[in-house]
Design a protein around this ligand. Structure first.
Ligand SMILES: Cc1cc2nc3c(=O)[nH]c(=O)nc-3n(C[C@H](O)[C@H](O)[C@H](O)COP(=O)(O)OP(=O)(O)OC[C@H]3O[C@@H](n4cnc5c(N)ncnc54)[C@H](O)[C@@H]3O)c2cc1C
Length: 414
């Protein structure tokens, strides 16, 4: 398929539907959403490669970079059709965050070098944003990059990097000028994960999974042209990145969309919770039924919010910063759904065996509003950027970064 032969949207839907049915395994509800291990990563690379070989990767990505060049509505059709299939979710950062950021700010050279190999399943990407000194105050980060001839030399540390140990490249925000206020001295880089000096340490979570990593960046040298956007204009690039991330988290991170996302499907009952209640013999309990009803309402309100806010953003009635509404919504919904799950699961949530995929207690722990920026930060963005309320008081917006007393770790040079 190519730009010159854009099919009708109905024909495209039919093609995607039959192709997925033939080539991609159905979504298995017992399978973890993100499976950061050898098997999960190999499977997701193979699925992404199959999408590429089948000619349906990068639906709305320009043809010049390996995509199909179709309008965004076709990408939405793909999401809807893919909702019932195993999508390569380990490419979530690559597609939800890195791809739109490269398209918006990357040089032609970077786009040609990286986008085709993201689409064909060769490259998994991760994000180097948060640092041990804090994640909310992103502009206060300490990792620094210094120009060294034809290269950049990076030093610092990152943390909470989803899939860092299985990624091929990172998109990395670092400080390139400490002598100006904090937002003005940042630059976004591409960092190959196999660069000498980059040490990736997987972090084992409470339930034994290893989804996150910490990285030590010691004299990591990268080519001069691995800069996304302009030098010292990294905050603008990071803002694009964060708006895309907030939209994706708010809408649903899955590359395959979710049930109820399209108009026709409506909002479906949470079958997982219903199944849990039935399994425990609690589905006739009025309190449990009421909780399942509440989960339906939460999903319905969230889906409608996503639809309305996304539509307003697409028409320009709301600015890109409205993505914070989507993220704040999911940040409120997700923990409540976790509480509901726990309330229905009762004592069965207290412990689980390693092969038990329905780790209900863990679901509560992992239902949060933190990833992609906390709910508090979304509220700040909504109040300041959308409602025009006064900024929260801060001393650190005007002073040069190297004159600030906060955001230092003993022994770490800024
Ligand atoms: C599932 C998941 C995936 C993640 N993946 C990645 C990743 O791939 N790459 C990456 O770089 N990071 C990742 N993160 C990290 C995430 O971005 C940070 O955890 C988040 O930005 C918060 O930073 P922090 O944990 O350092 O908390 P802090 O910034 O230390 O904040 C602590 C608390 O203080 C509150 N707070 C801070 N400042 C303010 C303020 N100005 N006003 C009001 N309240 C405030 C926060 O809301 C929070 O409750 C991930 C996190 C999760 C949970």
């Amino acid at each position: 398929m190519s730009e010159a032969t854009t099919p009708t949207i109905e024909d495209f839907r039919a093609t995607v539907r039959s192709w997925l049915a033939e080539h991609v395994p159905p979504r298995d509800p017992d399978e973890p959403f993100l499976q950061w291990d050898d098997d999960g990563v190999a499977r997701d690379r193979a699925i992404q490669r199959a999408l590429w070989d089948g000619g349906i990767a990068g639906v709305n990505v320009p043809v010049a970079y390996g995509g199909l060049g179709f309008p965004n509505a076709y990408q939405q059709v793909f999401r809807e059709e893919a909702a019932d299939y195993r999508m390569p979710e380990n490419f979530g950062n690559a597609f939800n965050v890195v791809l739109p950021t490269l398209l918006a700010h990357g040089s032609e050279e970077l786009k040609l070098e990286f986008i085709p190999r993201l689409l064909n399943g060769d490259h998994i990407w991760c994000q180097f944003l948060s640092e041990p000194s804090g994640g909310s105050d992103l502009a206060g980060l300490l990792t620094r990059a210094e120009r060294d001839g034809d290269t950049w030399r990076l030093n610092g540390a990152k943390i909470w990097t989803t899939g860092g140990n299985y990624s091929d490249y990172a998109i990395c925000l670092a400080r390139t000028n400490p002598e100006v206020p904090k937002h003005a001295g940042l630059t976004m880089f591409v960092v190959p994960m196999d660069t000498p000096g980059l040490t990736v340490v997987p972090l084992t979570l409470l339930d034994g999974t290893v989804d996150f990593c910490q990285e030590y960046i010691d004299d990591v040298v990268i080519p001069a042209h691995y800069v996304v956007g302009d030098v010292n204009d990294g905050w603008r690039v990071a803002t694009t990145l964060m708006m895309n991330e907030r939209t994706a988290v708010g809408r649903g991170w899955s590359l395959g969309g979710r049930k109820g996302e399209s108009e026709e499907k409506g909002i479906e009952l949470n079958l997982e919770l219903l199944g849990l209640a039935r399994h425990l013999g609690r589905d006739q309990d009025p309190a449990v039924r009421s909780l399942i009803g509440e989960s339906w309402v939460l999903n319905a309100v969230q889906a409608q919010t996503v639809k309305r806010v996304s539509a307003a953003m697409a028409t320009g009635d709301l600015p890109g910063h409205a993505a914070a509404i989507l993220k704040a919504m999911s940040g409120a919904t997700s923990p409540r759904l976790g509480e509901i799950t726990l309330a229905i699961a009762g004592p069965t949530a207290a412990a689980w065996s390693p092969d038990d995929h329905n780790r209900w207690g863990f679901r509560r722990l992992s239902s949060h509003g933190i990833g992609g920026g906390t709910t508090e930060m979304q509220r700040n963005a909504i109040s300041e950027r959308l409602l025009g309320l006064p900024r929260e008081p801060s001393q650190d917006r005007e002073l040069p970064f190297n004159q600030l007393r906060q955001n230092t770790i003993p022994g770490q040079r800024t």
